[in-house]
Design a protein around this ligand. Structure first.
Ligand code: SF4
Length: 366
């Protein structure tokens, strides 16, 4: 089924009913979240960036810790990037933290700490897309800006009975047009939050609570009994299995850390030297690792022995990480290239590490 115009499926009268029912429901059932009360654009911005790819429950402790360390845009702008990455550690997708830092510097230095309120100006800042701009504009400034994120995308598809691909260009246009029609002039911030809450708590992905849903009388999917078929699921990306080796090279009570490059995964984070390997730790693989580490750092190591295996997932990769400890043998650290440092275990906490790097580091301290 191809839907081009949401006004055919959603007449103005239905829209009015939906707004009224949703507001009533939100007054009683809306979620209390730590970034909502103040209507502060800085808090809204940080929380929305953190919430990309992550759940509310997982974000709350990170958000509170981040806000304690960086209570406003100026304190964030003045911080060192490493410290921002350290506070972000564990949330993943570290380019978000680097963009937050860049944007804080722009707002602090060029706009005297004042956030723009228009969607267009917000979208010109690093790391702020259309959804985040709409969230800041509506939640913090009560501007009637539309929003489409994971929860509202699902909700809109069902309300419209849209069974096309919601991620396609056509699907995106339809949903954004609908969101624009939907958002009212009066208290648009509350209204957008109500839509998100309804999607998160009632119109859930697998078990939508239709019989008690406040907007069921306006819902095409429910009236057609197709709420479990909509939205159409996109095919899952096939996972690729990869094996990597990470080597903690030991020298007089210290271990070698390297800061990862801009074109690498986890850019800007520190890590033990790490390489993809073809197979298990055969003598041939170990010989190649010794050469690779020398090429990367300038030093040779000896007596490598595996101490731990960590399984983890990064985007579409299932990674088996073989962690080895080895002794420094000879050589000098490269002066050019990515920064390299000998670090004592009790100083590991001063460095922003990848999640697996942190797990490996902890095992060296314990
Ligand atoms: S009636 Fe069901 S499918 Fe429709 S919006 Fe409500 S929970 Fe979602």
């Amino acid at each position: 089924m191809v839907v081009m115009d949401n006004s055919e499926l959603f007449p103005t009268e239905t829209l009015t009913n939906l707004r009224r029912n949703l507001r009533r429901w939100y007054g009683k059932q809306g979620r209390e979240l730590p970034w909502r009360a103040a209507g502060d654009p800085y808090r809204v911005w940080i929380s929305e960036i953190m919430l990309q790819q992550t759940t509310v429950t997982a974000v709350i402790p990170y958000y509170e810790r981040f806000l304690t360390r960086f209570p406003d845009v100026h304190s964030l702008a003045e911080a060192d990037e490493q410290e921002v990455l350290r506070q972000w550690e564990g949330l993943g997708y570290y380019s978000r933290a680097r963009n937050i830092h860049k944007t804080a510097r722009i707002i602090s230095a060029e706009q005297d700490g004042t956030f723009p309120w228009s969607v267009e100006e917000l979208m010109s800042l690093p790391g702020i897309g259309r959804y985040t701009a709409g969230a800041i504009a509506s939640f913090a400034f009560d501007a009637p800006a539309p929003i489409v994120e994971a929860n509202t995308l699902r909700l809109y598809c069902r309300l419209l009975g849209y069974d096309g691909d919601p991620r396609s260009t056509q699907g995106q246009r339809l949903l954004w047009d609908f969101a624009e029609r939907l958002v009212p002039r009066g208290r648009p911030g509350d209204f957008n939050q109500a839509l998100m809450d309804l999607g998160a708590t009632v119109c859930t992905p697998t078990e939508p609570a239709c019989p008690t849903c406040p907007v069921r009388s306006c819902c095409q999917a429910y009236s057609q009994g197709r709420q479990h078929e909509i939205p159409r699921l996109t095919k899952r990306v096939a996972m690729t299995e990869v094996t990597e080796a990470s080597i903690a090279i030991h020298k007089r009570g210290m271990y070698l850390l390297r800061q990862r490059g801009d074109n690498e995964r986890w850019a800007g984070m520190w890590d033990f030297p790490r390489f993809e390997i073809d197979d298990d730790l055969s003598p041939k693989t170990l010989k190649r690792l010794i050469d690779d580490v020398h090429g990367l750092t300038g030093i040779w190591f000896r007596d490598p022995h595996p101490v731990k295996t960590i399984k983890h997932t990064v985007t579409r990769y299932l990674i088996t990480l073989r962690c080895l400890v080895a002794d420094f043998d000879s050589g000098r650290l490269h002066k050019n290239g990515r920064p390299l440092k000998w670090v004592r275990p009790n100083e590991f906490n001063d460095y922003a590490l990848s999640v697996t790097g942190r797990k490996f580091a902890k095992s060296l301290v314990d």
